[in-house]
Design a protein around this ligand. Structure first.
Ligand code: URA
Length: 202
């Protein structure tokens, strides 16, 4: 971030700059940069993941690593227009543990995720989507303020206290890790979950 960078108050750009400075929990000290959401105010649907991974941390963009590529493949197959989407994460910095030279993803703790939810809430306030999709348990908890069993609720719409509908489904990394003889069937089931949000895009 350039020191002279400024943005009009109350905009997503201003929020991005504020998020970049955040050290309210320790994760930000070790990450390369904060990864803010991607998309425009007024996007109909907000997709919320867990946290940036190694590649997102290096590039400063959400969903560009392996899990992100799977998500982007799903979005193409769903035919959803990119302008109608806002992609973001529940936690804005990459949490990892060093294993030799490799940085291995470490799930953010509940306390860290709770502190970070201020940024997601401000994104929701500025984007004002018609609905959100929680990709996995961390996103569901951040959006709904309570733990949600993903296996039992996937494909269902839940509602936040502020009325925003939230569609719950798996995180794409869970699909990549899934021990199944038929990954394409698992992908098709995931698409079927996501398709419940297609009317939001109309
Ligand atoms: N996983 C996430 O939850 N978000 C990303 O941006 C990348 C991987």
């Amino acid at each position: 971030q350039r020191p002279a960078e400024t943005a009009a108050p109350g905009t997503l750009d201003a929020l991005r700059l504020a998020t970049a400075q955040c050290r309210a929990c320790p994760i930000g000290q070790h990450a390369t940069q904060a990864v803010h959401g991607e998309g425009q105010p007024g996007a109909a649907l907000m997709l919320v993941g867990e946290q940036p991974g190694d590649q997102e941390d290096l590039r400063g963009q959400p969903f560009v690593g392996p899990a992100g590529q799977l998500l982007r493949r799903a979005l193409e197959q769903l035919g959803w227009s990119r302008e109608a989407l806002y992609l973001t994460n529940a936690v804005k910095h990459f949490k990892y543990e060093l294993r030799g030279k490799r940085r291995l993803h470490k799930t953010a703790g509940q306390k860290e995720a709770a502190i970070c939810s201020q940024w997601l809430e401000r994104e929701i306030g500025l984007v004002r989507p018609r609905a959100a999709v929680a990709l996995g348990a961390t996103a569901a908890r951040a959006l709904l303020g309570r733990a949600v069993p993903i296996g039992q609720t996937r494909g269902q719409w839940l509602r936040r206290a502020d009325g925003l509908p939230v569609l719950v489904t798996l995180h794409p990394a869970a699909l990549l890790r899934m021990d199944t003889p038929d990954p394409e069937a698992a992908f098709a089931d995931w698409l079927a979950d996501l398709r419940a949000a297609t009317p939001i895009m109309a």
